[in-house]
Design a protein around this ligand. Structure first.
Ligand code: NAD
Length: 696
């Protein structure tokens, strides 16, 4: 028997309390528990009314997403049955709501005859955010209680609303100050005493003289919004079915929309991303409850592009930052950029003037390492050069207090080598932010061979504090994201050599959904970075560098947007890429010099090569244990590289295409004359494909 719902009888009122930590998600045991306790309350002749309540944290935050698609999730009684039991109960049922009351949780509450709530209880139907619609009667009952417009806004928008806003509507019969359950019992006694008729939401009618016009307006608005996501329009259609139709007809329409969305690739991608984000926070072989180091202040070295953005993250979270530069001029410039960013936010109304000053006041600018004596964490964002990093870390080792965490924001350099510059490698790790660091949500936490568990755990906690999505990566060239990006870039470069132009490749990949094609991205980030890396690698390998087209562009002083030209040309002050004859000429010259006869390349080949290059490297990263799970890789690409959310990340995309198809295509590419050996399918990919398995 399920014990997550308890029953307590007080006078004529039975109180059913749901307590399934942490947030009363509506898993199988909770559903059974409600049904069982309801039977018990009904069988007790002393009971004349029933209060259904949760905990202070949550009435219920909705479906148990981990049960989605599992036998347990489908096991009867399902949520719709439970809601029917409440609504059809002969004794009045009063929902008593505190904390989160979301999704299926709110639908459950809508099955009650009456509802009372704490003023700050959060009521919402966020299903649209995972590509679904409320599938347990929410689209039919909510409009019957609060009207078409308000219901539609909640269902299409997905944002929760405080219960106090519904005071006096049929959704919240009473806002309870003080003890919620005591208030609910008093309300139940009133229902008994006044013999109030049971108000079943299903029996009400949606009355709205402007209903049709409003729905048409909603359809137009939603159609103009999301082209890649079908859920918002299906929400509108389901709510529309609550108007002028019977409850049964409306529920049938809702069901149809729900099943359609449940099977849609977009919803699968959104649910995957939702679960992947949670999973990324769990680190294998890092015991839960690992003690954290106390981080009260942070040092940042380098006030350039990254250092400035990194600093802002901490200021926003109220953490003081000591910001170090080599020269006063660079320091002033960095501070001015931070101030300008805040002032821009202020102009947009996002910050008040005093908040700008409060944040700026948290910075201690310095030219001397002495100021780092007491900081708890240092993040280095100086030039990407091992000699410079060596100097910085040797100095940090000398000045920082024992126990301070020493982090590098390096994009490619070996974190273990950097840790080796100190006598405390256990305190060193990579914290790889993405540009612009104050905006981008991704943070790669690079775990070195000697990084201590508490350093890692503390870094994950800090990431959360500064509102980043952290993904742990092992040490390798470029970590998860940039290592894969190198293969993707090479695939795109290969296509250029073979016959495509940058604008075609960017167009094809943007058509696929990438926020920006690789050549526009290169121009934005600066082509000189890759140029320097290629030169470094050639030098390390002791070989003569064979310049590719990108190197030729750099040799011509075309570093991208910052120099007014790269792959594309840019008009002064503008960011629109203009295809450029000189780029075409350099490409032609390269082809001629290498004996390549250009061929016509189709857009789907562009997508196939670039995506499968990502997937293949992703598989290697997984196999080597650099990433703990395929979904971590997806999180990196969704949040750091503009990968389209509706496709769920490269690894989920591979699953969707079918791994045997990916392997076949890679083998085809690998068999081409002169093919790069990296096109050979990764052993893990081959194995999964042969076993009929997926990445996720
Ligand atoms: P940047 O050139 O904009 O800034 C570097 C700053 O560091 C400069 O202001 C410079 O004066 C300062 N500096 C250099 N040596 C110093 C020293 N010894 N002591 C104090 N200050 C010093 O470079 P950036 O783009 O901010 O990159 C910094 C680091 O972040 C690099 O390791 C880079 O690989 C990494 N990174 C860059 C990006 C990006 O997109 N730009 C993204 C992720 C990581």
């Amino acid at each position: 028997m399920s014990n997550v719902v308890s029953i307590r009888v007080q006078g004529p009122v039975a109180v059913l309390t749901m307590d399934r930590p942490p947030v009363n998600s509506l898993g199988y045991d909770l559903r059974v528990g409600i049904a069982d306790r309801l039977d018990e309350a009904n069988a007790n002749p002393a009971v004349q009314a029933i209060v259904l309540t949760g905990t202070a944290r949550a009435f219920s935050a909705g479906a148990d997403v981990t049960e989605f698609g599992t036998p347990k999730g489908a096991k009867e009684p399902n949520l719709r049955v439970i809601i029917g039991l409440l609504e059809n109960n002969a004794k009045p049922v009063i929902g008593a709501i505190a904390g989160q009351c979301l999704g299926g949780g709110l639908e459950l509450a809508l099955g009650c005859h009456f509802r009372v709530a704490a003023a700050d209880a959060q009521l919402g139907l966020p299903e649209v955010k995972i590509g679904l619609l409320p599938g347990a009667g929410g689209t039919q009952r909510l409009p019957r209680l609060i009207g078409l417009e308000a219901a539609l806004n909640m269902i299409v928008g997905g944002a929760p609303v405080a219960a106090a806003k519904f005071a006096g509507t049929k959704l919240v019969d009473k806002v309870i100050e003080g003890d919620l359950v005591a208030g609910a019992i008093a309300f139940a006694e009133e229902v008994i005493e006044k013999k109030l008729p049971l108000r079943r939401a299903r029996d009400l009618k949606v009355v709205d003289p402007q209903g049709e016009a409003f729905l048409q307006f909603a359809r137009n608005t939603v159609a103009a919004m999301g082209k890649n996501f079908p859920a918002p329009m299906k929400c509108v259609e389901a709510v529309a079915a609550s108007y002028g139709k019977s409850f049964e007809q409306g529920v049938a329409a809702e069901r149809e929309g729900f099943l359609f969305l449940m099977a849609s690739p977009e919803s699968k991608a959104l649910r995957h991303a939702f679960l992947a984000e949670r999973a990324a926070a769990k680190i294998p072989n890092l015991p839960e409850g690992t003690p954290l180091r106390d981080i009260q202040s942070v040092g940042v070295i380098g006030a350039g592009t990254m250092g400035g953005g990194i600093t802002m993250n901490f200021l926003n979270a109220g953490v003081p930052v000591v910001l170090l530069e080599m020269k006063q001029e660079a320091l002033d410039k960095g501070l001015a950029t931070i101030r300008r960013n805040y002032e821009n936010s202020m102009k947009k109304g996002k910050l008040k003037p005093e908040q700008v000053e409060q944040r700026m006041a948290l910075i201690t600018p310095t030219l001397s390492y002495d100021a780092f004596e007491n900081v708890d964490l240092v993040i280095e964002a100086v030039f990407e050069n091992m000699d410079v990093k060596k100097n910085v870390f040797e100095t940090l080792d000398a000045v920082c207090k024992p126990g301070a965490i020493l982090a590098s924001n390096t994009s490619y350099l070996n974190v273990d080598t950097i840790a080796g510059f100190t006598k405390r490698p256990a305190d060193v790790l990579g914290l790889h932010f993405f540009s612009p660091a104050n905006v981008m949500r991704l943070l790669e936490v690079v775990r070195g061979a000697k990084t201590a568990p508490d350093v890692l755990a503390t870094s994950m906690a800090i990431a959360k504090k500064i509102k980043k999505i952290a993904v742990v990566s092992g040490v390798c060239d470029g970590f998860i994201g940039n290592r894969m990006l190198a293969r993707y870039g090479a695939a795109a470069a290969g296509l250029i050599n073979a016959g495509a132009l940058p604008q075609q490749i960017d167009g094809a990949l943007q058509g696929f959904g990438m926020a920006m094609g690789p050549f526009r991205m290169g121009d934005l980030a600066g082509l000189d970075i890759g140029w320097a890396t290629r030169k470094r690698k050639a030098a390390e390998a002791g070989v003569q560098m064979k310049p590719i087209v990108a190197d030729k562009l750099c040799e011509a002083g075309r570093y991208g947007q910052k120099t007014g030209a790269g792959w594309y040309r840019y008009e002064a002050g503008k960011r629109d890429p203009i295809p450029d004859a000189l780029t075409e000429q350099l490409i032609d010259e390269y082809r001629a010099a290498n004996g390549i006869t250009p061929r016509r390349i189709r857009d789907d080949e562009v997508v196939e090569r670039c995506m499968f290059a990502l997937v293949n490297e992703g598989a290697r990263i997984l196999e080597e244990g650099i990433a703990a799970r395929a979904s971590d890789i997806d999180i990196v690409y969704l949040n750091g590289y503009g990968f389209p959310l509706h496709r769920g990340g490269p690894m989920l995309y591979a699953d969707t295409v079918g791994l045997p198809n990916v392997v076949r295509a890679l083998r085809r590419f690998a068999a081409e004359p002169g093919a790069d050996p990296s096109w050979q399918p990764a052993p893990l990919l081959v194995r999964l494909a042969e076993e009929g398995k997926n990445f996720n």
